[in-house]
Design a protein. Structure first.
Length: 460
């Protein structure tokens, strides 16, 4: 028997107060933050959908495990539990702990990359692309054709275009392809899942050409839910078994454990090849810490080991996917253009469709981000030409392929009433959309500008 109402499969044992600010107050806060929500103080935010990374509420089991942590510098029993948990899930013999995912990216892609090297992916996310380009290599996105059809109900829009992948490897030369990165779920592609069939075909192509396949697996559990429920022939497997099968196709895996390991800090790099592991271990020691902690406390490793178990619990995953879909489907019914089907961790709004009067060089995504905060105190992030746009030789903006706004939902943090409030805020966004103005950048850094750039309103 199924019910329409989504309930949180947990009870709340501790609460954190949030202050309800006024629209007038938020207008001032936004100006002080140069219209960039990354620069807002968290106590000025009502609903924080900026990211699902490191923002999960940990369970009583995780907190209990932290109390039993061993903080020894080398060879701690907390490391042994962490290593066993990662090895059991990935099947990869060499595990390197890092303080978060981008540290693992820096180590692996910095070692593999360099001038003249290429990384191919279904879609690179911001830090992935930045680490690749910082090494001197190039990042090429090869999303499947269905990824651009936001209205269809195709279940696996996160897939990589395998025909284009084979073509690119032949064109570039296999020796020049540092790695293929399969991001699951595909974050920049709207949080869309990758099918097992697509992962298998990708693995076959990579191994045929002798190219390394890396899983960016920070949302592997959420991806497993979609595979089990949407891909024929997968329904008999458990979520964990699906994840293990997908890891079995890859040569290495990078994880920001701040997502599907349900922790506030942590990550890892797992590899099959000992020579590669040895090279990355040297970089780990130089930049992160000793091999049995790598920038993590024993408490972090304990919580992560428990989280990798809890995240595959069926009741949790059902709640996670369904509650995210609830938000996306309700605002879609209101007329808000979203990427459909709704992904696992976030709802993505097509800002350029919502605001056709705002040109791309006035950043419609950033305009919507500011409106959601001004009207309702909701903090989220632009995934468009602020995040991925570049300039040509004349300083003219080369826009991103999409102008999106991501509402990333923290795990086990907000209740049904919080989500219903967000839906009400979108009603006000629609009421004010004709009056919404674009923005201009008045200062930006050379890399990852969306984190710290300063904006001003056009005409203001």
């Amino acid at each position: 028997m199924e019910f329409k109402t989504i309930i949180e499969p947990f009870r709340i044992k501790s609460v954190e107060p949030i202050r309800v600010s006024t629209a007038a107050e938020r207008t001032g806060y936004l100006k002080d933050a140069f219209f960039n929500p990354f620069l807002l103080r968290s106590d000025k935010v009502l609903i924080d959908f900026l990211t699902d990374s490191g923002t999960s509420a940990m369970s009583s089991r995780q907190w209990a495990a932290m109390m039993d942590a061993d903080e020894s510098y080398a060879g701690a029993r907390s490391w042994e539990r962490f290593d066993a948990a990662v090895h059991s899930l990935t099947g990869m013999p060499h595990v390197l702990p890092t303080h978060q995912g981008r540290a693992a990216e820096r180590i692996l892609y910095g070692y593999l990359g360099g001038a003249g090297k290429y990384f191919l992916s279904n879609t690179h996310f911001d830090t992935t692309r930045a680490n690749i380009e910082f090494s001197g290599a190039s990042a090429i996105d090869l999303p499947c054709a269905e990824a651009t059809d936001y209205a269809s109900d195709h279940p696996f829009k996160g897939n990589i275009d395998t025909a284009a992948l084979e073509t690119q490897i032949k064109k570039l030369g296999a020796k020049n392809v540092a790695a293929v990165i399969l991001t699951i779920t595909n974050n920049s592609g709207g949080g869309q899942p990758v099918s097992m069939a697509n992962a298998k075909k990708t693995s076959e192509i990579c191994h045929k050409h002798g190219v390394m396949l890396v899983l960016d697996c920070c949302r592997i559990a959420e991806n497993s839910w979609f595979v089990k429920h949407k891909e024929p022939g997968m329904e008999h497997l458990s979520y964990r078994e699906i994840a293990q099968a997908m890891f079995g196709l890859a040569d290495a895996a990078v994880m920001s454990a701040k997502k599907d390991a349900l922790v506030n800090m942590g990550g890892f790099l797992a590899v099959r090849d000992k020579k590669l592991s040895d090279a990355c271990t040297n970089l780990l020691i130089i930049t992160e810490g000793f091999v049995t902690y790598g920038g993590l406390s024993g408490r972090d490793m304990e919580a992560l080991a428990v989280g990798l178990e809890e995240v595959f619990e069926p009741d949790y995953l059902q709640y996670r996917i369904k509650s995210t879909a609830y938000l996306g489907e309700r605002i879609r019914e209101m007329g808000v253009p979203v990427i459909y089907p709704i992904g696992g961790h976030a709802v993505y709004v097509e800002a350029h469709v919502l605001y056709p009067h705002i040109p791309v060089d006035q950043y419609p995504g950033q305009a919507l981000v500011c409106e959601l905060y001004r009207l309702g105190g909701i903090r989220c992030v632009e995934v468009g030409s602020v995040m991925f746009g570049k300039y040509d030789e004349d300083g003219k903006l080369i826009p991103a392929a999409k102008e999106l706004v991501r509402l990333a939902i923290p795990r086990r943090v907000y209740t049904q009433s919080h989500i219903d409030y967000v839906i009400e805020v979108f009603e006000k966004v629609l009421d004010h959309k004709e009056q919404t103005r674009g923005l201009k950048i008045i200062w930006e850094p050379p890399f990852l500008r969306h984190f710290t750039a300063h904006f001003a309103q056009n005409g203001g």
